[in-house]
Design a protein around this ligand. Structure first.
Ligand SMILES: C[S@@+](CC[C@H](N)C(=O)[O-])C[C@H]1O[C@@H](n2cnc3c(N)ncnc32)[C@H](O)[C@@H]1O
Length: 351
C-alpha cells in the first residue's frame, strides 16, 4: 500500500482524513488491515496536499469486495487473467500469488499509479505484467484469457473484453447505470461472441475514466430562473426516501435511462430530490418532509422525470422488489440488455 491513504467507509462513498505512514505508522497499519476501501489518489493525480480532493480516482478496494469478486471469478490452476484497473496492485498481487505472475496481466490508465504498483509488486516478489493503457481495449497481445476482472465500474461492457475471453471464460465487472445503484456482473462468454450472466452482489466502484458521466450543473436546467421556474406542480404519495436505496436506484436506472439525481438537504431533515435528464432540459424536484404522506413535485422539460421514476419504482415493487441477484446482463451483437430472472424477460424502459 502507498504511504498516504484516505480510509473510506465500507460502502465506499465517503473518505476520512489522510493517514500518513510516515507520521502515524500504527494508524496506517490498522487501516490497511481493516475491511475498508482506501483512497490513494484524487482527481486523476491533480490533487495535492493532505486534504480530501473532489473525486477519488484510484484506491485499494475493500477486502470483502475483492475476495467476493475473486470468488465470482473462480480461477483454477493454469488459468490466465486480465485485470482492468491496477490501482495499488493488491488484487493483481493476489492473483499472481495464486496463479503465478506469468498468468496475470493488469492494465492501468494512470502511468504514475501503474509505476508505483509495479514497484511494490516487484518488492513483494510478484511479477504480473502491468500495462499502462486504456483498459477498454483489454490487452490483445496476451489474449485469450480465461477470465477478465474489472476493478472500476462500467455502464457498458467494452467489446474487447468479450473478444479476448475464451469460450466458457468469465468476465466479472461492476456495472451500473448513470442513475445510480451498481452490482457485480458475472458473465460467461459463449462461442458466438456473446456474454451473459447474473449480477452477484451490490458494489460501489469508481467509474472507468472514459465512462464517467458528463453532467450539466443545476443552473443549466433552471436557466437562471427561481424554482419552480416553468415547472408544473403536482403531488405524490411516493416518498422520495423510497427511491433512494441502492437496489431501488439500480432498478429505476435500468428503466429511466439518461437521468441522474442530487439531494439538497435542509436543517430540519427535509430535503429536495432533484432529478435531471441528460437531455439537459428535463428536471424534476420532489420535496421530502419527515412524517409527511404527500410530497410536492415540480416537473419541467420534455421528459416527466418524476413520473418516470414513479413508474419504474412501481414496476420494481410489482416484481416483488427483486434484489441484485434476480437481475442479469446479456451482451451480444444487438448491444446489451438487463433482464429479470431470465434473458427472455428484459427489464422494460418506462417509455
Ligand atoms: C478501484 S481502483 C483499482 C483497485 C485495485 N485493483 C486494487 O487492487 O485494489 C480503480 C482503478 O481503475 C483505474 N482506471 C480507470 N479507468 C481505467 C481505464 N480506462 N483503463 C485502465 N484503468 C483504469 C483507475 O486509475 C484506478 O486506479
Amino acid at each position: 500500500m502507498p504511504d498516504r491513504i484516505w480510509p473510506g467507509i465500507p460502502d465506499g462513498t465517503r473518505q476520512n482524513p489522510l493517514v500518513d505512514r510516515a507520521k502515524d505508522p500504527v494508524a496506517w497499519f490498522e487501516k490497511v488491515y481493516s475491511d475498508i476501501p482506501l483512497t490513494t489518489q484524487w482527481d486523476d493525480g491533480q490533487h495535492s496536499g493532505d486534504g480530501l480532493g473532489t473525486t477519488p480516482s484510484s484506491s485499494s478496494s475493500q477486502p470483502r469486495m475483492v475476495f467476493s469478486m475473486l470468488a465470482d471469478l473462480d480461477v483454477a490452476d493454469g488459468h490466465r487473467v486480465l485485470e482492468i484497473g491496477t490501482g495499488t496492485g493488491w488484487n493483481a498481487g493476489l492473483l499472481s500469488h495464486r496463479l503465478g505472475g506469468g498468468s496475470v496481466v493488469s492494465v492501468e490508465y494512470d502511468g504514475a499509479v501503474a509505476g508505483e504498483a509495479e514497484t511494490r509488486l516487484r518488492a513483494a516478489g510478484l511479477h504480473p505484467l502491468v500495462v499502462v493503457g486504456d483498459g477498454r481495449r483489454g490487452f490483445g497481445e496476451s489474449a485469450p484469457y480465461d477470465h477478465v476482472i474489472a476493478t472500476c465500474s462500467i455502464g457498458t461492457v467494452p467489446p474487447a473484453w468479450v473478444e479476448q475471453t475464451r469460450t466458457g471464460g468469465i468476465i466479472v465487472a461492476p456495472w451500473g447505470t448513470e442513475y445510480g445503484g451498481e452490482a457485480i456482473a458475472r458473465l460467461v462468454v459463449g462461442d458466438d461472441g456473446t456474454a451473459s450472466g447474473r449480477f452477484t452482489r451490490s458494489s460501489a466502484f469508481m467509474r472507468l475514466r472514459q465512462q464517467r458521466p458528463d453532467r450539466a450543473p443545476h443552473a443549466a436546467y433552471l436557466k437562471g430562473q427561481e424554482w419552480p421556474a416553468d415547472g408544473a406542480r403536482s403531488s405524490t404519495a411516493l416518498s422520495p426516501a423510497e427511491v433512494g436505496g441502492w437496489v431501488e436506484q439500480f432498478a429505476i436506472g435500468l428503466q429511466v435511462p439518461g437521468a441522474f439525481w442530487t439531494v439538497e438537504r435542509y436543517d430540519d431533515g427535509a430535503y429536495t430530490l432533484w432529478t435531471y435528464g441528460t437531455d439537459r432540459r428535463s428536471w424534476a424536484s420532489a420535496d421530502y418532509e419527515p412524517g409527511a404522506s404527500e410530497f410536492e413535485v415540480v416537473q419541467s422539460g420534455p421528459r416527466k422525470l418524476w413520473d418516470e421514476t414513479e413508474a419504474a419504482h412501481r414496476w420494481w415493487q410489482k416484481q416483488g422488489q427483486p434484489g441484485f441477484d434476480r437481475f442479469g446482463l446479456t451482451v451480444d451483437s444487438d448491444g446489451e440488455r438487463v433482464w429479470l430472472d431470465s434473458p427472455e424477460n428484459p427489464v422494460p424502459a418506462v417509455n
